[in-house]
Write a new protein. Structure first.
Lengths: 229, 86
């Protein structure tokens, strides 16, 4: 069912935000910081692009910081955008498949004021593959990319392209924060792709480490140095 | 700046951003298919033009652009607005 009325969208968005706050309030979250900076950093002093898989959106969405998140212009994107607004996140609309130009320009403008958040495999996948738009955004804005891997002890999985995860109430979740990747300005396509692979590898490793940790495995000890690709 | 000077500047900016650019960019040349600009190329070009001319091109204005002539018209209108305000 498509929600078209702006009032109904707002009401459902508000209800969704309240539910997420209450739901995520029951989750025991442990965070591993992979470098010296405590994230989310103070956006007035230093800003970052936080990148995480689309399926793990619920954990970063509960963060309280000044951040603009990229939400797709697809029909279901409006409802997600409303939920994010009620959660206190600022929203930029667009994606690699629709409104990409507008989204990049908008995020470029917001990068001077707030952090940015991107789900680099969204809005339609392939699952756990980084689109080059994230790396271009980092190159354009000069903001370092911080990859966040999320793991759940117990979660329901949707039958969507991303197998969207909803942690079970009162279960444990973990977040592994990687060292920042600094992407140089004015890169050619080949170099953009090298950095894309680097961030994809970081996200893959961080997610695997977070999942192991959440399911009773060891606390991560890796220090993935974000060397130039 | 007349329209042909503007076109030359646009061509120079395009060559800085992209390896393969046609020798001529007539008004009716499509930005996407004709020039082969994807989102990344287009954003790079827009930011380059904004910095070169000290203008701001709004996203809702950019979404309406189809061909080279539309882009030149938009830049011309921005430059004219600056002249009027001066």
């Amino acid at each position: 069912m498509k929600l078209r009325s702006p009032w109904i969208l707002r009401a459902v968005g508000l209800a969704g935000a309240v539910l997420i706050r209450l739901w995520m309030g029951t989750i025991r979250l442990r965070v591993f910081h992979g470098d010296a900076v405590r994230h989310p950093a103070d956006h007035r002093k230093e800003r970052y692009i936080y990148a995480f898989w689309h399926e793990t959106l619920l954990v970063p969405a509960a963060a309280r910081t000044a951040i603009h998140i990229l939400i797709s212009q697809h029909a279901d994107g409006e409802l997600i955008a409303q939920v994010c607004r009620f959660l206190g996140l600022r929203v930029a609309r667009g994606s690699s498949t629709r409104g990409g130009t507008a989204a990049l320009l908008e995020l470029h403008r917001h990068s001077k004021v707030t952090h940015l958040a991107v789900t680099p495999d969204g809005p339609r996948g392939p699952r756990r593959r980084v689109h080059v738009g994230l790396i271009y955004l980092a190159s354009l804005t000069g903001l370092p990319v911080v990859a966040l891997g999320v793991g759940y002890a117990r979660a329901w999985r949707a039958r969507s392209w991303d197998r969207f995860a909803v942690p079970m109430p009162f279960s444990a979740a973990t977040c592994v924060i990687c060292p920042a990747v600094h992407v140089p300005a004015r890169l050619d396509r080949q170099s953009l792709d090298r950095y894309r692979l680097l961030v994809e590898e970081q996200l893959t490793n961080a997610t695997a480490a977070a999942e192991r940790w959440a399911q009773g495995g060891p606390r991560p000890t890796f220090a993935t140095t974000a060397a130039a690709a | 700046m007349d329209r042909e000077s503007l076109r030359r500047t646009l061509l120079e900016r395009l060559r800085e951003e992209k390896e393969e650019v046609p020798a001529a960019i007539p008004d009716d040349l499509n930005l996407r298919e004709g020039l082969g600009l994807d989102s990344i190329d287009f954003v790079s070009l827009v930011i380059s033009l904004q910095e070169h001319f000290a203008i701001e091109l709004k996203t809702e204005e950019l979404e309406k652009l189809v061909n080279v002539g539309d882009l030149l018209n938009l830049v011309e209108s921005k430059l004219a607005a600056i002249r009027r305000a001066a």
